[in-house]
Design a protein around this ligand. Sequence first.
Ligand code: HEC
Ligand code: HEC
Length: 240
Amino acid sequence: MKKAIVLLACAGCSNASAPASRHPEAQPEARPGSASPLAEAVKDERDRMHQRLNAIRGISNAIALSDLPKAQSEAKTLVAIEDPAVLPQWQPFLARIRIAAIDVVQAKDIAAASTSAVALGALCGSCHQTVSGHASFAVDEPPPAGKTLADQMLSHQWAAARMWDGLLGPSDERWVQGAQALSTIHIDVAERKLTLEVWTNRVRELAKTAVNKPAGDGRSALFGELLNACAGCHSVIRDR
Ligand code: HEC
Ligand code: HEC
């Protein structure tokens, strides 16, 4: 197991930064055959962090597809995540997360949802940075580069998700990895006989700018514009 989550207010938490599962003998209250309360609390906290990650990835995917109701329902999931055992000093961070998620729930349109979502993501990143430098997330392998539009779109989704990880971690490496990938993927929409180049170019241009964008609010704002550009093309196609 990697580093324990150090947010918890429970017995023995002064030692919470040590990997609990490797020191079962340090938990005298543990019953034989069951995990110690601390190990269980840490596992629950980790599960909740993964629920947050799933929800916030769902939010950005839905915004990119211009699906406001879906983005709002993912945001509701995030609002509902409770943290009963967390230390009092972390409560304000989690309260701000909930407020930012409520902004997504109440967004009137995709642009507003996108602005609120990147503000939410920045809060995840800033807590991770404050508490432990950064949180790291497992990544799926990039999908194979393909010639069909469906393949190209999976690559877009993968690259945008890496940029999102870069903000949530925060992680410079992930941000640059996603931006670089996104700056080179083609979109073959010629057969659609629509003037979509404006959107293709917009995505490409933003991705290129992103590669050299220093960490900070500028990255969040740029990611918001990127989601709007994905959403822009998808809504044109849907409304044609
Ligand atoms: C109150 C501070 C705080 C907030 C707010 C917060 N996190 Fe975390 N998160 C942590 C800490 C601490 C860790 C453990 C980091 C480490 O590995 O050292 C963590 C770890 C994680 C992990 C990795 C869990 C694992 O497997 O170890 C994920 C995923 C995650 N957070 C997602 C999120 C997302 C998404 C948000 C925003 C919606 C968020 N977190 C908001 C403090 C926070
Ligand atoms: C130039 C237009 C254009 C741009 C820009 C664009 N897409 Fe797409 N996307 C499409 C088209 C066309 C489809 C297929 C829709 C269809 O066949 O109905 C699609 C489909 C998708 C799908 C599959 C949707 C589904 O329902 O399975 C995903 C995921 C996706 N795009 C992600 C993205 C992301 C993320 C971005 C931005 C980084 C993006 N796209 C930018 C044109 C675009």
